[in-house]
Each structure stands twice: as structure tokens, then as C-alpha cells.
Design a protein. Structure first.
Length: 247
């Protein structure tokens, strides 16, 4: 395959960025998208040019590090996948592919396709844990939890924090991410003692981080690799007033 990549290049957060075109020949449809970027970087090394900075780790759709816009869509042309799960067979020989970083005020560009997502970490620090001293791990069946509750908690716990929900939202809202991190603990007995504090502290930090407000367009749900529903946001909002009264 012969592909023209138009990739966002930016030396640092304060620099002026721009799209730069690269024509790459010899790609295989069996290559993952990230392998194609690796191949492109190898050609740049041979030309003594600066390689393209992009993030990846597990390359198994688990870590959430590899998020970029591909032809204007988070993670590429398919629903509910990460960038590392995208393969070049999703494109045609001769295609032009535009690759850009996440676009959100709360995710400033560090370099090229790499953005600073530590805003997510600061939200998590405000309560996405339990503080009870549990000692050694409890026996699996010691706390009885119904299957419905366990399944609902696991559904939202699947969030990998990739940031696609923020990047694809017209308001750059982090409501889907934040609600997932709140609800997966608040649904469980272990999380109940701090449920109200967790909800209020994490949503307050979300507002401090310059994320936008949710207007329920559901774009986040469409692009989420973990298929987390916007029902999670509705649940967070419904419990917010109760938390304010009961804290």
C-alpha cells in the first residue's frame, strides 16, 4: 500500500503547529496503524529527520495511551476500538490519512501527537479509591454482591482513560470518564461509605480542570472503546443533589 499521511507536527506546547505530509510506500494491510507510524518513523530516521512523537504502551486496546484523531474521528473510522486495534486494511491504497492529537483545552499538546492528560489523574486523585484499611485481600465471596450490581460496576470500571470522550465532545466534557470512575466504586459496598464525598470531590476537580459541560449529544458513547453508556453520566447527575444534601 502507498499512503499519504498528513500528520500534526508541533515541537512543544508553545510552538506553532501544522500538518505535514509524508508519502509512505510498502505498507501492508495487516499492519496495525501504530506499526505504520513506526514504519514511517524508521524512514525518517534514515533521512536524519525528527521522528513523529506519539504515545503507545500495551498495543492491546487496554492502556488507553494511543489516542489520536484519524480523519477527524477519535481512534479512526470504526466504533469502539482504540488506535492500536486499527489496521491498515481499513484504508485503501492511495488514501490520504490525516492524523491529529486530541483537541481540548484540558489536554494541551506536549509534542506532535502527544497530549498532557494529567487532568484525568488529578480527577482520580480526588476519590477514585477507597481509604478503608482492608489488610490482606478478602476472600472473593466474603462480601455478597448481586450479579446485577457486579455487572453494572464492571461495565463502568472498563474505562481505560484514553480521553476519546473528551476529544470527540463538542464541549470537551469529561463527564463520561468522571462518571465511570465515580460509579464503579459507588455501586459497590466497599465504596458506599465515601460515596457522597467521592462524587462531590471528583466532579469539583473536573470543573477546575477546564473541561466543558455535558449536553448529552452522546458522541462520547459512540467513540468510547469500552462502550460505556451515557447512562453513567445520568446516574452521576441524579446522585449529585443527594450528595450535596447528605454530605
Amino acid at each position: 500500500m502507498k499512503i499519504t499521511f498528513k500528520i500534526w507536527r508541533q515541537d512543544h506546547s508553545g510552538a506553532q503547529g501544522a500538518l505535514k505530509a509524508y508519502i509512505v510506500d510498502g505498507l501492508s494491510g495487516d499492519m496495525s496503524f501504530l506499526e505504520a507510524l513506526d514504519y514511517l518513523n524508521e524512514t525518517l530516521v534514515l533521512k536524519n529527520e525528527k521522528v513523529i512523537a506519539f504515545e503507545s504502551d500495551c498495543r492491546e486496546g487496554i492502556c488507553g495511551q494511543c489516542g489520536v484523531f484519524i480523519n477527524g474521528r477519535a481512534h479512526g473510522p470504526h466504533d469502539h476500538i482504540t488506535t492500536c486495534q486499527l489496521h491498515m486494511r481499513s484504508f485503501k491504497d492511495g488514501d490520504t490519512i490525516v492524523v491529529e492529537p486530541w483537541r481540548a483545552a484540558a489536554f494541551p499538546v506536549i509534542k506532535d501527537l502527544v497530549v498532557n492528560r494529567t487532568a484525568f489523574d488529578r480527577i482520580v486523585e480526588q476519590g477514585a479509591y477507597i481509604t478503608a484499611k482492608t489488610g490482606t485481600a478478602a476472600e472473593a465471596n466474603a462480601i455478597l454482591i448481586s450479579k446485577d450490581v457486579a455487572d453494572a460496576a464492571m461495565d463502568v470500571a472498563a474505562c481505560i482513560g484514553c480521553g476519546a470522550c473528551v476529544a470527540t465532545c463538542k464541549n470537551a466534557s469529561a463527564a463520561l470518564f468522571t462518571s465511570a470512575k465515580i460509579n464503579h466504586l459507588n455501586k459497590l459496598p466497599q465504596g458506599e461509605p465515601e460515596a457522597h464525598k467521592r462524587l462531590l470531590d471528583m466532579t469539583a476537580q473536573m470543573e477546575l480542570e477546564n473541561f466543558g459541560s455535558c449536553t448529552f449529544t452522546a458522541a462520547c458513547e459512540v467513540e468510547c472503546p469500552a462502550e460505556i453508556s451515557i447512562r453513567s453520566i445520568a446516574e452521576m447527575n441524579a446522585r449529585y443533589m443527594k450528595a450535596k444534601l447528605c454530605r
